[in-house]
Design a protein around this ligand. Structure first.
Ligand SMILES: [Zn+2]
Length: 144
């Protein structure tokens, strides 16, 4: 057997993260609407956010981080971020052709690490799917 390629290692990492997320979310529901569909871990206060990479952490560290979070379904999460308007200084939406900045790029990567698909991220941040793909695969914004 040849050694695992980078792609295989990343795949393994993604599956591991997905399993831990699933395990945590299996008896949870959305705090706003009670849905059990497409749940997301949402940081209540973005200033307290340490990282979205919590699923690869030790249990005690993860619990500390999760205590700062609430569970939202995808629909309520999107709605929350729309109202929040954090992605363009409070105006609500990023135009499709918006120039990325490092804050948005970091948000894209955080969302990806937290288990959102590229499609979800594009929808959530209202940016083209191709832009998300490029950022995640580091074809663009390698330095962030
Ligand atoms: Zn909900």
């Amino acid at each position: 057997m040849p050694m695992a390629t980078k792609e295989e290692q990343r795949k393994y990492q993604r599956e591991w993260v997905a399993r831990h997320r699933q395990e945590y979310l299996k008896d949870k529901f959305c705090v706003r609407c009670g849905s059990k569909e497409e749940l997301r871990v949402h940081h209540k206060d973005r200033n307290l956010k340490v990282s979205h990479s919590i699923w690869s952490w030790s249990e005690i560290r993860r619990k500390t981080e999760l205590a700062k979070c609430e569970i939202l379904c995808q629909t309520c999460h999107v709605e929350h971020h729309r109202q929040d308007g954090a992605y363009q200084g409070g105006k609500g939406k990023i135009p499709t052709n918006a120039k990325l900045n490092s804050t948005i790029v970091k948000e894209i990567r955080n969302l990806s690490l937290s288990g959102s698909s590229n499609r979800d991220i594009a929808r959530l941040l209202i940016i083209p799917r191709q832009t998300v793909d490029d950022v995640i695969s580091r074809r663009s914004w390698k330095m962030v």
